[in-house]
Design a protein around this ligand. Structure first.
Ligand code: NAP
Length: 282
């Protein structure tokens, strides 16, 4: 599995990781099997959150999937904005660690900008780093203004990543967020790479382009999409798969090589569109 430095941490992280949102609704044993198969194939970046299933995904799915192999995993969780005061962040992290049955997170994110002062969240993140509870911290759903605020508070080299909505039909981050992150050494982790299940239809204009490229490589359109989404040096993607076959397909997408022509066709078939007033979120 191809790896690249994860923002300011410089830790090597696979370009493709594994999401876990809504997994509490899936067959539990199957989801754990899928996650473990993904880990076997190098998709060791596992993304979860206290929000997911109100803690159930951390406690009964991710903890089980990583049991006995914590050292192989780049484990990421997120604090809810409503908990992101100084004391609230410290307490939320403890609860996530307990549910995940681990003593540290590799990266801890603020799930989206909220009403608690960001200064408190950043101070709590730095305390958690100093205490060895988290190795690094980042943000999610942050536009450029939010990123500027975080940078002003934390100083350079502290924000590991910004996790944002990014799929073929939603490329808004390419206007300003991605360039900002690249300029400041912040990894960009694209969430919902398949549009949370709303993937381009095969008979749509873009779907036809995806299909033709997929056929030429003997892969699926989903694999082509993933490869396109991690085509830049600071890009990562975290598809969610609760079926083992999907996890296997996703991992294999990392070894696909798209030609410059194919990338240009995809770029044209899924146009960037005008810059929206605010960052789209799911
Ligand atoms: P997604 O990854 O865009 O799509 C998941 C759907 O695609 C599932 O129905 C899955 O099916 C299917 N799928 C997976 N691999 C496939 C393949 N190779 N071929 C065909 N279908 C495939 O959805 P998502 O869960 O919204 O996004 C991914 C992760 O990003 C989340 O799980 C979460 O960790 C993170 N996220 C973060 C935020 C945030 O605010 N920070 C927001 C949304 C998501 P099966 O499950 O049946 O295998």
């Amino acid at each position: 599995m191809e790896q690249r430095p994860f923002g300011s941490t410089r830790v090597s992280v696979p370009v493709l990781g594994q999401g876990t949102w809504q997994m509490e609704e899936d067959d539990r044993a199957g989801a754990i099997r899928a996650l473990r198969a993904g880990l076997d194939l190098g998709m060791t970046h596992v993304d979860t959150a206290e929000l997911y299933g109100h803690g159930k995904v951390e406690a009964s799915i991710v903890s089980e999937a990583i049991a006995g192999r914590r050292g192989d995993v780049f484990l990421v969780s997120k604090v809810m904005p409503s908990n992101a005061s100084y004391a609230g962040t410290l307490a939320a992290c403890e609860r996530s660690l307990k549910r995940l049955r681990t003593d540290h997170l590799d990266c801890y994110l603020l799930h989206w900008p909220g009403s608690h002062p960001l200064e408190e969240t950043v101070r709590a993140f730095e305390k958690l780093v100093a205490d060895g509870k988290i190795r690094a911290w980042g943000v999610s759903n942050f536009g450029v203004e939010d990123l500027e605020e975080a940078l002003a508070l934390a100083g350079p080299g502290r924000i590991a990543c910004n996790q944002v909505l990014y799929h073929l039909e939603e490329r808004a981050i390419e206007h300003a967020v991605l360039p900002w992150c690249e300029a400041h050494g912040v990894a960009v982790v694209g969430y919902s790479p398949f549009g949370n299940g709303r993937f381009p239809r095969p008979d749509s204009r873009g779907g036809k382009v995806l299909g033709a490229i997929a056929r030429a490589h003997g892969v699926t359109p989903y694999q082509v999409a993933l490869r396109f989404l991690v085509r830049g040096p600071s890009l990562f993607a975290i598809p969610k798969a609760s079926r083992e076959a999907h996890a296997r397909d996703n991992a294999a997408a990392a070894s696909l090589t798209l030609t410059a022509d194919e990338l240009a066709h995809l770029d044209a078939a899924f146009p960037l569109g005008p810059e929206p007033a605010s960052l789209p979120v799911i």
